[in-house]
Design a protein around this ligand. Structure first.
Ligand SMILES: [Zn+2]
Length: 136
């Protein structure tokens, strides 16, 4: 993008000379617009990538392609890194609560909280509230 701005500021209305090559001002302007546009696309894509890292693959491809078109090496490296980036693995799900029957001592393999009676000895596993304890 800086490359594009450079062309903008250095584009007077007389022809440019690149070595022995005479270049028309309109071509210089066109090239400047090209580099500015490519630079802007790379910059905007990078900002979006920063805000939405989950879209790293699509945005990485956009950044890589436009950095190649614009000859931007640092953006090219950034685009490749964005494609290759692997987010931290999702935290492991909370382990199921296991319960042990107080009567027979066996471990209840299913979700301990959903089981009302011990499948081995038939003991009522419901947790008694304070009020229920007083009644019994
Ligand atoms: Zn039991």
């Amino acid at each position: 993008m800086i490359f594009g701005l450079e062309y903008f500021t250095a584009a007077p209305y007389e022809p440019h000379w690149i070595g022995h090559l005479k270049v028309s001002p309109s071509l210089v302007l066109l090239v400047a617009l090209w580099f500015f546009t490519v630079g802007a696309i790379v910059t905007v894509s990078s900002v979006i990538l920063y805000k939405f890292p989950e879209k790293h693959r699509k945005l990485g491809v956009v950044i890589t392609v436009f950095s190649i078109l614009g000859g931007e090496l640092v953006a090219l490296i950034g685009g490749i890194l964005a494609i290759a980036w692997k987010p931290n693995p999702a935290p492991s799900p909370i382990e199921k609560i296991t319960r042990i029957c107080l009567k027979c001592g066996r471990v209840l393999k299913e979700d301990g909280l959903s089981v009302r009676f011990c499948p081995y000895c038939g003991k009522n596993l419901e947790i008694l509230t304070k009020k229920e304890k007083k009644e019994s």
